[in-house]
Design a protein around this ligand. Structure first.
Ligand code: ZN
Length: 167
């Protein structure tokens, strides 16, 4: 009897896509922006990528998640982004709200955000039963790598004598 194809792929997809988000975060750091990156994935395809571009764009809303959601919505041709969003750091209130508004199905994030986290740390927007949409949430994927990127960025800034607010 022929072997059946495995029903589940053998790789850990969450880590694979978090690595893609980490690549975006590194690009943000290269442009002197706080290194946070995001990718939107549906049916095994990356629909949109984003990185924090607040400094580069001079735009207070240019967070990685917003950029990735906009790119995914453009690719889909609709505001509804029923997909998984991967982001290296726990989203802030603005981005957590955007995830709800976009009807994102699943959020996977890396490290916690002690100063602005709106998924588990300060607020719990994506799982708040009072809102009209809730997401499945997975935190802590490659958290150490995600946090190390932020720590190094702020250490380098301090060494350079510059100060930039955390996202
Ligand atoms: Zn944000």
């Amino acid at each position: 009897m022929a072997a059946l194809a495995p029903s589940m792929p053998p790789t850990n997809h969450d880590e694979t896509y978090m690595r893609a988000a980490l690549d975006e975060a590194r690009r943000a750091a290269d442009a002197a922006d706080v290194p946070v990156g995001a990718v939107v994935v549906a049916d095994g395809a990356i629909l949109g990528t984003g990185r924090n571009r607040r400094e580069a764009a001079g735009d207070p809303t240019a967070h990685a998640e917003i950029e990735a959601l906009r790119a995914a919505a453009r690719a889909i041709g609709h505001w509804r982004v029923e997909a998984t969003l991967y982001v290296t750091q726990e989203p802030c209130p603005m981005c957590a709200g955007a995830l709800v508004n976009a009807r994102v199905r699943r959020l996977v994030y890396g490290c916690p955000n002690p100063k602005a986290g709106a998924v588990a740390t300060l607020y719990r927007i994506p799982t708040d039963a009072r809102l009209n949409h809730r997401l499945e949430v997975v935190g802590g994927v490659l958290a150490d790598e995600c946090a190390a990127l932020l720590t190094k960025f702020f250490e380098d800034l301090r060494r350079g004598g510059r100060a930039v607010e955390c996202t």
